[in-house]
Ligand binder design. Structure first.
Ligand SMILES: NC(=O)c1ccc[n+]([C@@H]2O[C@H](COP(=O)([O-])OP(=O)(O)OC[C@H]3O[C@@H](n4cnc5c(N)ncnc54)[C@H](O)[C@@H]3O)[C@@H](O)[C@H]2O)c1
Length: 247
């Protein structure tokens, strides 16, 4: 028996990295998965791979900054699979710049994708989750959303995700809709390629008590717990997956 048998999940930023790992893991645990992204070719490959290995997935083009595209992605889940139980707001972009180096255009772009994109996802999912009698929303923040960092716009956007999550949890708990945030540390994906060049890797290993750099699967396993009914009493919480960096 799968841990997500009978569930329908929508994952943003599902074409690669952590989102793709979550799509594969959720499908292997019995969920029907809609994955959305702006990288259509990569997303269709993930969709095909899941369907060829016994899972059930559909790719949709989803730019998380567009309210219309969010509504279409949620409708795809409901039209194809009858309902929506799980939303993972995973899409995100990094900008490693301090306050004075960050232009207003860069600031707006990061907030649009990382913050507004999550707000729009939550807003689109709530009505159909209510209809299904409840649901689980998992918002991917970062350890940069728990403490200050040199990536100004990124940290600010991820801090917003933390409190949007708690606000959603207190507002929709009475309707059976849970909402939790996940705070990954340093995860080996395209996003961290530059940070994890040879000297960068040593730096981060030294700052990480477990002396490891995580894989996308390490985060996906935490997201799976929060998505599943195993976490039925968990809402408004922060799951830190960082090898002890923030400890
Ligand atoms: N990699 C890390 O170390 C790390 C650490 C903490 C938090 N995170 C967060 O984890 C999440 C996943 O990141 P990742 O490491 O898998 O990076 P990644 O770059 O491999 O994947 C990010 C995905 O988001 C998609 N995306 C970007 N803009 C989008 C948009 N406007 N609409 C829809 N999709 C869009 C990309 O196309 C890509 O598929 C992000 O929210 C990121 O901020 C990553």
């Amino acid at each position: 028996m799968g841990r997500l048998d009978g569930k329908v999940a929508l994952i943003s930023g599902g074409s690669k990295g952590q989102g793709a790992a979550e799509a594969r893991l959720f499908a292997s645990e019995g969920a029907k998965v809609v994955l959305g992204d702006i990288l259509d070719d990569e997303g269709k490959k993930v969709e095909a791979e899941i369907n060829e290995t016994g899972g059930d997935a559909r790719y949709v083009h989803l730019d998380v900054t567009s309210e219309e595209q969010w509504d279409a992605a949620v409708s795809e889940a409901v039209d194809s699979y009858g309902k929506l139980d799980i939303l993972v707001n995973n899409a995100g972009v990094l900008l490693r710049k301090g306050v004075e180096e960050t232009s207003v255009e860069e600031w707006d772009r990061i907030q649009d994708i990382n913050s507004k994109g999550v707000f729009l996802g939550v807003k689109a999912a709530i009505p159909v989750m209510r209809e299904a009698g409840g649901g689980s929303i998992v918002n991917i923040s970062s350890i940069a959303g728990l403490k200050g960092s040199t990536s100004t716009a990124y940290s600010s956007s991820k801090g917003l995700v933390r409190l949007l999550t708690k606000s959603t949890a207190v507002q929709y708990g009475p309707e059976g809709i849970r909402c939790n945030s996940v705070h990954p540390g340093i995860i080996e994906t395209d996003m961290t390629e530059e940070m994890l060049d040879a000297p960068g890797r040593e730096h981060w290993l030294g700052r990480t008590p477990l002396r490891m750099i995580a894989t996308a699967q390490d985060v996906a396993l935490g997201v799976l717990y929060l998505a599943s009914d195993e976490s039925r009493y968990v809402t408004g919480s922060e799951l830190v997956i960082d090898g002890g960096i923030t400890a």
